[in-house]
Design a protein around this ligand. Sequence first.
Ligand code: GLV
Length: 327
Amino acid sequence: MSSSKPHILITEPIPERVISFLQEVGEVTVGEKGTYQSEENLIKDIPDYDALLCMLSTPVSENVLSQGKKLKVVANFAVGYDNIDVKAAQKYNIKVANTPDVLTEACGDYAMGLLLALSRKLKEAEQYLRDGKFNGWEPLGFLGMELRGRTLGIIGMGRIGQAFARRARAFGMKIIYHNRSRIAPEIEQELDATYFPNYKELTAKSDVLSLNCPLTKETYHLVDEALLKLMPEHALLINISRGAVIDEEALANALHRNSIAGTALDVFEEEPDVHPKLLSAPNTLLLPHIASATHKTREAIGMLAAKAITSVLKGRHDTEIPNLISP
Ligand code: GLV
């Protein structure tokens, strides 16, 4: 690789405007779809690059970072950054950035959409029609859960949890939440949200349980067999956070025995693989990790990640880069 300009690797095709923006400061390589979904190609190629704009599907492990001899910054095209070994990045003096705020509203809309689709059985009903089974209006067909007056329990009341809560309030739902720390009193008041220090107690009280927390050591398989047993039989589970917050085998078993009423999952532990028992489970909406997938938001995500890269490459002070992660 030639030229004295910094070399920037973008691991997947992303909105063109973001690529052009980065081309103004460096020599940009855009990986073909899927090239960097395992460590192997990344370990081989990373020594050539000063900056990495990676996806949530890019495993930026210590093995990768230790080979980044010129690497100064890793910017994730996502708010969740469990794919990056942040401690190792610190050890090698590589800065890490993510993309908070810009995707909050798209994710709030999407969570509400999943809840509406799931609670009113839209997927099953549409399939019924396509299968030619709709032979006349049925008073007892596809009866679902009405949202007004129901309780939405949110685990992880950060920006996205709050955006979902705001929408659910407009549908007349009661909001309860669990979070590492209690949110500001004025936001609690605005959302009329009740804090539960104990997520198990929250689970037992929720008609709809929504996971909006990051994946950490503490939240790994937080929804396990024991927690699923605490959910009421009519309850629904929504996950737009990370797949590994749920023990998928346990969830699939609960769905197959009808011990909960349904689930909508946007994320999976072994993406792109989906647990086979989930594929055959009843009342299950399975989506390919698209909560932030709007034109506007994906461009904003890219620009925020790209600006962190250009700021680091231009030597700006950390305090001038609002989306840097400091562990
Ligand atoms: C998407 O899952 C993200 O973390 O931005």
